[in-house]
Design a protein around this ligand. Structure first.
Ligand SMILES: Cc1ncc(COP(=O)(O)O)c(C=O)c1O
Length: 358
């Protein structure tokens, strides 16, 4: 009954490495495991959701016309250069459907977001993994790794390493003529983007989301930006009502309150600086990050990732164990930047741990 492809994926246990089943509803629990915004969406979004709730008896706009226009304005590109998806997850999948023939290879630098591999495989593509040396982006090696592939997924900044490939290096990859899919889920925190460049480039597709800086993870809205030919392909194969009515209204309202988003980004950046400094003082190796999370090597404390995650979870703080991320190894965790109070609580609990193990 099940296709060969899916049977093979199930057999080899290729699936999204779900975060551990933490009960984040526990009173006082702090979830720093999912790279969500600790501030949630703008109050304007909540008002728009209330209004739109009365209309859920009718289908949503299948073209997401208003949201597409508003998103184009936000990025500074024409509407025809934007496609809206059910989270950028859906756009990763649609991109594989649209641009990868069965048996063709997709370059996936590691460690990275698991959806690239999953979408590639489920659509009949073959991942070509490339381990980032020292978690760094080195163009010459990546360019060599591009050989024999049809496209590449580049997280910029990348999850979980938090760093982004330099623009010159990215241009170097684009010169190969292969399709480069740049995932900018965390672009607002990074302050850099190639979304505009994508509209003028035949082989660059940029993916963005409302899940992170705009705080709409639960509603599932993402978008792709690219030249109209690529966008037309994505638009042509998506399901007609892929983005629901509430999600469209919420994302539209979020774009009407960019001040709120900028305040969130400024606070998260401050929190990131604080966390990195404090964790470094405690002896951890913390990778520099342009995102709303930090990748942390916990081995200097003589512990592995699972042990520290357990210790924190017992104290109701949930962070991401990266042991089940390809190529991250057993020593790394990823911590989402929270509110100042959450960050301080995390640092305090780790100080207690530090005293126990030293
Ligand atoms: C790099 C990256 N891309 C995409 C996503 C998913 O975004 P969305 O919620 O829009 O599907 C995530 C979520 O964690 C991510 O880390």
């Amino acid at each position: 009954m099940i296709s060969k492809r899916v049977s093979e994926m199930l057999r080899s246990r290729v699936s999204y490495p779900l975060a551990r089943e933490y009960d984040v509803r526990v009173v006082g629990a702090i979830n720093l495991a999912s790279n969500e915004s600790p501030y949630g969406p703008s109050p304007r979004v909540l008002r728009a959701l209330k209004r739109e709730a009365a209309r859920v008896g009718s289908y949503p706009d299948p073209r997401a016309t208003e949201l597409r226009q508003a998103t184009g304005n936000y990025i500074g590109v024409e509407t025809k250069c934007v496609a809206i998806g059910n989270g950028s997850d859906e756009l990763v999948d649609l991109a594989c459907k649209a641009f990868l023939n069965p048996g063709e290879r997709a370059l996936i630098p590691l460690p990275t977001f698991a959806m690239y591999e999953l979408a590639c495989r489920v659509n009949g593509g073959v991942p070509k993994f490339f381990k980032l040396p020292n978690f760094e982006w080195r163009m010459a090696e990546l360019k060599r790794a591009l050989k024999g592939t049809k496209l590449a997924f580049i997280g910029r900044p990348n999850n979980p390493t938090g760093n982004g490939m330099g623009l010159r290096d990215l241009r170097g990859l684009l010169a190969s003529g292969k399709l480069i899919i740049v995932d900018e889920a965390y672009a607002e925190f990074a302050g850099y983007s190639v979304a505009k460049l994508a509209t003028r480039t035949g082989n660059l597709l940029v993916l963005r989301t409302f899940s992170k800086a705009f705080g709409l993870a639960g509603l599932r809205v993402g978008y792709a930006v690219g030249n109209p030919k690529l966008i037309e392909a994505l638009e042509g194969i998506r399901a007609p009502f892929n983005v629901n009515r509430l999600a469209q209204a919420a994302a539209f309202a979020a774009l009407q309150d960019k001040r709120y988003m900028r305040r969130v980004v400024a606070r998260v950046r401050q929190g990131r600086t604080y966390m990195r400094r404090e964790l470094t003082k405690l002896g951890f190796l913390v990778l520099p990050s342009d995102s709303n999370f930090l990748m942390v090597d916990v081995s200097p404390l003589g512990l592995n990732a699972s042990e520290i995650c357990d210790f924190l979870a017992e104290r109701k703080i949930f962070v991401r164990d990266l042991s089940n991320f390809r190529c991250a190894g057993p020593d790394y965790i990823r911590i989402t930047v929270g509110t100042p109070q959450q960050n301080e609580r995390l640092v305090k609990v780790i100080k207690q741990l530090n005293e126990v193990v030293r």
